[in-house]
Design a protein around this ligand. Structure first.
Ligand code: NAP
Length: 266
């Protein structure tokens, strides 16, 4: 296979730096630049302490794409900049592989249309951990038979958005398998606001933020006399990289926007 030229937006971040290492370790991929508004021209290898890597930082996404002409843009930045990065890439025929969370359904629709307009593939995955995707699939299956459910997601306290993209995606997949119905006592009242968590089509999503956590989620189903808990834990950020690797390879042969790693793992 020819080398896939990859640019990484957010290469100094917790996820972006893991992506840089993963790309370095795959002989079918070549890292061509990193995009970071705080650095201009410095060597990523030196800044990240990765001997053998000699690739520049570029401060602006358009400049990076025009100068280094990657095939794929991997984005692990922030919800504030990711959409602009994706639009810049798609308009130039560069395929985005995005782990940054915080997209709305209308963002997804708009970006899918843009992909089709420019005949480009893109992948957004709220969770690149293969075990997390299996958790979502198992939750959708369980919801057919045990429709009463709540989701508890737990993340480190540097996370900007809540609930997590994984929790929202899990909720959407559960919703596909059950009829909408409001759970809990019809007269329940919160004596402290927010105690029952976020309301999503009749059930609740709870977000925990604490130092020491990485990314964890429990989906708890309840029925008469029994509960079922499906749990996934990412204990480090390397856990996401096999999914990112798979998405970079898959996006090379795809047109339109794929949302969710489950659509890549088919
Ligand atoms: P992080 O450590 O804060 O990294 C974000 C990086 O982006 C930082 O280095 C930041 O620089 C940089 N940045 C900010 N603005 C930028 C811009 N305009 N262009 C390029 N880089 C920019 O965060 P993280 O933990 O890696 O997470 C990044 C995103 O991935 C979040 O949305 C998170 O929820 C998501 N995430 C997804 C998955 C998944 O599997 N899909 C897993 C974990 C996390 P400064 O620090 O200097 O601002």
């Amino acid at each position: 296979m020819n080398n896939i030229r990859v640019a990484v937006a957010g290469p100094r971040g917790r996820m972006g730096s893991e992506a840089v290492k993963m790309i370095m370790g795959d002989e079918t991929m070549q890292l061509v630049c990193g995009i970071d508004p705080k650095y201009d021209g410095e060597n990523i290898g030196e800044v990240l302490g990765l001997p053998g890597l000699s690739v520049p930082f570029v401060p602006d996404v358009r400049q990076a794409l025009d100068t280094h002409m990657p095939d794929v843009l991997v984005d692990f930045t922030t919800p504030q900049v990711v959409k602009e990065n994706m639009v810049a890439a798609i308009e130039r025929g560069v395929r985005p592989v995005v782990g940054t969370t915080g997209f709305t359904p209308s963002d997804i629709e708009e970006l899918d249309k843009l992909c089709h307009l420019h005949n480009v593939g893109a992948i957004i995955a709220p969770n690149f951990a293969i075990g997390a995707v299996l958790m979502m699939k198992f939750a959708r299956e369980a919801a057919k038979y045990m429709p009463d459910v709540e989701i508890i997601e737990q993340h480190h306290d540097r996370k900007l958005d809540a609930p997590s993209g994984t929790a929202v995606k899990t909720a959407e997949m559960i919703q596909e398998a059950r009829n909408e119905r409001r759970q809990g006592h019809p007269e329940e009242e919160e004596t402290i606001e927010g105690a029952r968590g976020a309301y999503y089509n009749g059930f609740r999503i709870h977000s925990v933020r604490l130092p020491g956590l990485v990314a964890h989620q429990e989906v708890i189903f309840g029925a008469v006399g029994q509960t079922l808990t499906i749990r996934h834990d990412s204990i480090n950020r390397e856990s996401f990289m096999p999914g990112v690797n798979l998405a970079i390879k898959k996006v090379m042969d795809y047109k339109g926007l794929l949302y969710g790693l489950e659509n890549v793992m088919v």
